[in-house]
Design a protein around this ligand. Structure first.
Ligand SMILES: Cc1cc2nc3c(=O)[nH]c(=O)nc-3n(C[C@H](O)[C@H](O)[C@H](O)COP(=O)(O)OP(=O)(O)OC[C@H]3O[C@@H](n4cnc5c(N)ncnc54)[C@H](O)[C@@H]3O)c2cc1C
Length: 414
């Protein structure tokens, strides 16, 4: 076996390099930054949601709406269980939390990067930090090596491209791999944001910026049609909304199918209660606080910072005595609690997205080998591919699995 160069020291590239070297290949891992895994180190709010502990392949694929079916082969060859075993064997215990999200027991994404770096050294991968790939060298229709940014040539039998997408570019993922893939004749589906915060037309979210709502239901509407609905946690920001629920729904917002379509968000603040139950609850709450004014009677019901916003949106004067609230007032309040409306202005810029949708067209990649169908010796792994999943560890699982298969295939490249 001759030398393999893996480009990109993120999760996909690291896994590809480790897998290839374990097959006996001589492997160089190029990373443009001075350290590996800068994005990996900030994943999962610094805790790294490594994978999702599901044994059901179909379910895994459903949670990867962007070309998940392309990943069937890779996900079955390197499963979430394999990922968990890999980290345990490498000395990093993992735990499973709500929603089967897997994290390191230490709750430190940094430890994931450290353990991987250790494994690379132990297995003899030649690490070339500060090395940025510029161009492929193609000879007689196959890969012969790479040129770096100084113009120097590096011969290689096979090249694995794992340069990531274009989100959080300060981490090094600036889309270099797209140009390299295009040079080999590959189609790049235009990158677009996925899992991205949303800006709203209304400015009131800024007044409650930083407020996080748990156990709410968020739905996305186009006119009278509900497009998506999620239950969980969301966050208000200076520009609109973010948090897990919003990131999930953003995949529908960014779907080219809805470009130019006016979209609205409805927040159900009390999804566990029917309108009738909620009305009953209000009657009880107001009955117990009949001497107060309306704006001082909502503390049992709503987070403090949301109360002024809620009162303003309700149209009921804040200084109205509670004992003068009418049935009609209550009906309006129930409606607002069940459906706090927001108008989607659009997604935040792609640089702020968690994941890039779009990328190297999967039709031109052999899913069994992660090999280019156009140029022998060229392999792809990770977010560079036109693949994107929901939050919950699915994107990293896609990176580990495609990295594993690309590394294995590159090691046996002929
Ligand atoms: C804030 C945040 C939190 C996230 N949290 C989670 C989570 O908890 N769970 C989850 O599943 N997913 C999460 N993701 C998504 C996940 O991080 C990515 O899907 C994953 O990192 C993709 O891995 P990758 O190896 O394909 O690319 P990347 O991690 O982007 O790595 C690509 C590497 O290639 C290097 N590179 C680029 N160009 C070149 C070049 N020309 N030469 C050499 N090197 C180059 C880059 O510097 C980079 O280090 C999160 C993303 C973000 C932004």
């Amino acid at each position: 076996m001759e030398k393999i160069i893996v480009v990109g020291g993120g999760p996909a590239g690291i896994m590809a390099a480790l897998t290839a070297v374990q097959q006996g290949a001589s492997v160089e891992l190029w990373e443009r930054n001075q350290q590996l895994g800068r994005k990996l180190a900030i994943t999962g709010k610094g805790r790294c949601n490594i994978t999702n502990d599901t044994a059901d392949l179909g379910e895994l694929v459903t949670n990867i709406p962007g070309n998940g079916s392309f990943l069937y082969g890779a996900l079955s060859r390197f499963t979430p269980r394999d990922v968990m075993d890999f980290f345990r064997d490498a000395g990093l215990p993992v735990k499973t939390e709500r929603g089967r999200r897997v994290f390191p027991v230490s709750d430190r994404a940094r430890d994931v990067v450290d353990v991987l770096t250790e494994q690379l050294a132990k297995n003899g991968v030649v690490l070339r930090c500060g090395m940025r790939a510029k161009r492929l060298c193609l000879r007689e229709g196959r890969v012969a090596g790479l040129y770096d940014f100084t113009g120097a040539f590096h011969a290689a039998q096979a090249v694995v491209l794992a340069t990531g997408g274009v989100t959080y570019p300060a981490t090094g993922s600036t889309g270099d791999g797209y140009a390299l893939a295009e040079q080999a004749g590959h189609t790049v589906v235009p990158p677009r944001p996925s899992l991205v915060p949303l800006e709203t037309e209304e400015s009131w979210p800024a007044q409650v910026s930083g407020l996080s709502l748990r156990n709410v239901e968020l739905s996305l509407w186009s006119g009278e049609t509900r497009l998506a609905k999620e239950f969980g946690e969301m966050l208000f920001t200076h520009f609109g909304v973010s948090g897990p629920l919003v990131l999930s729904l953003s995949q529908t917002v960014c779907d080219p199918k809805y470009a130019g379509t006016p979209l609205n968000l409805h927040i159900d603040l009390k999804p566990a209660l029917s309108p009738e139950q909620l009305d009953e609850r209000l009657r009880r709450d107001f009955g117990a606080q009949s001497r107060k004014i309306f704006q001082n009677s909502l503390h049992q019901l709503l987070p403090t910072s949301l109360i002024p916003v809620f009162v303003a949106l309700s149209g009921v004067p804040g200084d109205k005595p509670v004992n003068q609230l009418t049935r009609e007032d209550r009906r309006g309040l129930v409606e607002l609690l069940k459906c706090l409306p927001l108008t989607v202005k659009g997604p935040r810029p792609i640089a702020e997205a968690i994941v890039t949708a779009g990328g190297v067209c999967v039709k031109e990649v052999d899913p069994k080998r992660m090999a280019s169908r156009l140029v022998p010796g060229l392999y792809f792994a990770g977010e560079l591919l036109d693949v994107d999943g929901y939050t919950g560890g699915y994107n990293l699982q896609a990176a580990w699995s495609t990295g594993y298969v690309a590394g294995l295939s590159a090691a046996w490249d002929e």
